[in-house]
Ligand binder design. Sequence first.
Ligand code: FE2
Length: 323
Amino acid sequence: MSNVTDSMLEKRTLKGDFGAEVAGVDLTKSFGADTQKAIRDLWIKRGVLLFRGGDAGDDAQMRLSEIFGELEPSATADLNDPDNRFMMTLAYDPQDKNPKFAQHYNVGGVDRAGWLGWHWDQAFMPTIVRGATLRMVKPAQEMGETGFIDAIEAYDRLSAEMKARIDDLEVVYEFNPDFTSGQFGFPKDIRALPREKKSSAHSYDFPPVIHPLVITQKESGRKILKLSPMHARYILGMHRTESNALLSELADHLVDPQFAYFHDWQANDILVWDNWRVIHSANGVPLDCSRYARRTTIMGDYGHGRYLDASLNRDRQIRRIVD
Ligand SMILES: [Fe+2]
């Protein structure tokens, strides 16, 4: 019996010490407990894993996902595969007459579908899902990159004074469906395009939630700048002017593009990200390009979130959309 270790599986890092391309694992076959542990260990060490060069289908993606935890069906039924509620389709097709998310934006002078600002998934919920896998079945002909930033690295490069100032702060988040109203870490030039098609997306009930600004990765003791700029509103208990200035400074520090890894997708690539550690963004695609991806969500609760309204049970059932 061979003893596979995480370093044996690492072909290269994606940016500096962050992210890793995994080699030597055939996702179409079952693999042993030592390989599963090595994959988990590498994921904790690097934050994002890339599996490239295979032709994995839904079954292989599901099997890979289950290494990291129990899977969670999307609560948005119309995104779920009718035959497999743990598998979601994230797609854009300019010919689609009934798109799920029809709001398009102009960013940097380019009209885009599927653009998303920097965020961790479920920032507007008291629980935070453990992670996700995304498999690119059909990459966009242009753009379509997914960005990742390591919030451990971002914490490390804060000044000692800033670390001391923010270590015990908490941030209030609220679901933000209009990206042009985002206050922190958004491109200054973003504007919404007029809607040409009616969206079939629904709106949901998301009461404000509170998350700590700094958490610790329990496996390593490393601190994480746990800020999700897309839905951040204010720092709990701080005067709004001071809060806005501090969140702007931290968000600009966090989303500095020179520290980001932008993944240029090839067909069949699978990325797995640690949602308790990294933030991600979607560059979007030109409106005449199509794209087709499959996603799974790994269930989790990091244990530090709560509702702003203390009378609400953090386990209350709520329908959420995929962000
Ligand atoms: Fe996301």
